[in-house]
Design a protein around this ligand. Structure first.
Ligand SMILES: O=C(O)CCC(=O)C(=O)O
Ligand SMILES: [Fe+2]
Length: 375
């Protein structure tokens, strides 16, 4: 929502599916049945050999995904030590002098990976910095997953000179998150009444992204304010780790914000627009925001997983009821990602090159690591 745009105080404004939208705040007799807390789901049985145990877990996940779109995952396979140590290295990354961070500014990566300097996110001078990494098969740390074509351009950028332990720690974390997220896709399949491996075909080489956010302490005490604009995530799933500073809030059907404060060693999990489309709207991508007044820095670490870049996604036939018409158009995942990464950054050098060479509907994910395809 552009600054200065009139807003009706009786509505909540957000971005979902790439478009600005709004919803009325419903109270009293107008209020609908909706959630007022985020369910907590114990994942201790995730890797248990018995299908029955996973099915029980899937039932809880399905209920939360359908009615809330968010849940806490506790007792996950991700080790507590990794979780305890990760925030230390992230804090050190953002504490570096600006000139060191700017060496890996996201304008230097074709996929806009690397450091994104502080941005004005609201009318009160609120700032937030971020760092993002994702699929990059030129990196030895990803060779178990796939290998890049000869001559491929690398997409990730690391502070190898100034903070070498950062890359090591992020990859140690990534290597635990990647199989966990893929396993969760199998739980989603079970929860939707499909065979356990039914969705794996869409996620052979899933697009992944860790975009860590740093919300600095506010210099003077203010009322809580929006530090991240309300939005729905567009991927398949998001596994969010937060430090011990609250701020995340989730929007229910009545337009009321429900807090999702951190629970130590746990993840806040939510489904995105791709799952909403697969399920023809049955599992909605729920809107959320960060709203706080910070006297301590807040760090968050979402791990986003989406289908493979060559997937053309649409509502799954096997989930449509008789006579149900698909309500979501086909989307090419790779193209959608390029649009999200670059279309939203008009001054990024790669966006300029893409715009000069191709119409948006011809943008393809492969071009990012093989810019020769632009010619
Ligand atoms: O910082 C947070 O807690 C939320 C981050 C988020 O929603 C996002 O990056 O999509
Ligand atoms: Fe989000």
């Amino acid at each position: 929502m552009a600054e200065g745009t009139e807003r009706d105080p009786g509505r909540v404004y957000y971005v979902a599916g790439g478009f600005p939208q709004s919803r009325p705040i419903l109270t009293g007799p107008d209020a609908k049945e909706t959630f007022d807390k985020i369910p907590i789901i114990d994942f201790a049985n995730l890797l248990f050999p018995s299908l029955e145990a996973r099915q029980k877990l899937a039932k809880e996940v399905g209920h939360a995904a359908e009615h809330v779109g968010f849940f806490y995952a506790i007792n996950t396979p991700v080790s507590n030590t990794k979780i305890d140590t990760i925030f230390d290295v992230i804090a050190r990354f953002f504490q570096q002098p600006e000139e060191d961070k700017l060496q890996i500014e996201c304008t230097k990566s074709n996929a806009a990976k690397g450091f994104m300097p502080a941005q004005q996110t609201g009318p009160h001078g609120v700032v937030r910095e971020s760092f993002s990494m994702g699929n990059d098969y030129t990196e030895p740390e990803q060779k178990e997953i796939s290998t890049a074509k000869e001559g491929a351009v690398s997409l990730n950028q690391w502070p190898d000179e100034t903070l070498p332990e950062f890359r090591k720690a992020i990859y140690a974390y990534y290597h635990e998150m990647y199989p966990f997220a893929k396993k969760l896709v199998q739980i989603f399949a079970l929860a939707l009444g499909l065979p356990e491996y039914a969705l794996d075909q869409y996620c052979c080489l899933p697009l992944t992204d860790i975009t860590m956010q740093y919300y600095p302490v506010q210099s003077h005490k203010t009322e809580p304010m929006e530090l991240l604009f309300p939005h729905a995530d567009f991927g398949t799933l998001t596994l969010l780790l937060q430090n011990d500073v609250a701020g995340l809030e989730v929007l229910n059907a009545n337009g009321i914000w429900i807090p999702a404060p951190p629970i130590p060693h746990s993840f806040v999990v939510n489904t995105g627009n791709y799952v909403e489309a697969w399920t023809n709207g049955r599992w909605p991508a729920t809107v959320h925001r960060v709203h706080a007044s910070l006297d301590k820095p807040r760090f968050s670490l979402p791990f986003f997983l989406s289908p493979s870049c060559d997937v053309v996604l649409s509502p799954l036939q096997e989930l449509l009821k008789e006579n149900e018409t698909p309500r979501y158009e086909e989307q090419n995942i790779g193209q959608r990602h390029v649009k999200a990464m670059l279309g939203t950054r008009p001054s990024h050098p790669m966006t300029k090159r893409l715009r000069e060479a191709l119409k948006e509907e011809d943008w393809r994910y492969e071009i990012l690591s093989e810019p020769s395809l632009l010619a």
